[in-house]
Design a protein around this ligand. Sequence first.
Ligand code: ARG
Length: 270
Amino acid sequence: MPDSRVRRSRRFLVCEPRHFAVQYAINPWMHPDTPVDIDLARGQWQALISAYEAHGHTVDTVEPAPGLPDMVFAANSAVVVGGRVFGSLFHAPERRGESVHYDTWFKAAGYEVYRPESVCEGEGDLVWTGRYMLAGTGFRTTRDAHREAQEFFGHPVISLTLVDPHFYHLDTALFVLDEENIAYFPEAFSPGSREVLARLFPDAVLATRDDALAFGLNSVSDGRHVFIAPQAEALAARLGEHGYLPVPVDLSEFHKAGGGIKCCTQEIRS
Ligand code: ARG
């Protein structure tokens, strides 16, 4: 199986962590009293960008805005499939100001942006598999937003209920490996949602709670390389057995805000 996996070049949108900080608590990971080492954070983020570029991916950047310390989490601001941009409406008032900056970037790049009427946090909860959109709800994105996304994209949207507050976004509990398969942590989902995932992806790579707590499911795969937190050792080993090549990138400073590799990365699918 090794060497059978095929890499596909991606276009990513990211936002430099110039103003990154933990100033409020909107998920169980965030403790505003814990200091963030901003120089370390910037170095870690730069290493992620370098890893993407070294593996042949294109990286575009949105200019960070002061006063929006979570703006580095680019995944939350939109989901783009087939060149259609479905924007965001954040749950937390502290993050609502981010959407307009990303919308402005997309418009300048020649895209039209659809602004959802219901709370929707982009690729944090809307995960494109290549065939359908897996859609998380329970903590942030609403079921109404799932319906809006289905109407907008004309692709099937499959609602999945998240039940563990540590895994408040779908992209903390599940990621897409390639057009055929995903990896996920079953206990992050309601029993019915677990059954749906088992039916859709009978050969999925299953992760442990430790893998998930290490942000191992907040990974980005190009079909061959999996950019993954080095702390998720067991999951990386399992991915290796399935023929994928783990590329460890440590974003430990961002874990303090409840984010990791995927949170910092939005994919633009033209
Ligand atoms: N502090 C941010 C929040 O709670 C982290 C976002 C992480 N992003 C993600 N795609 N899971 O909203």
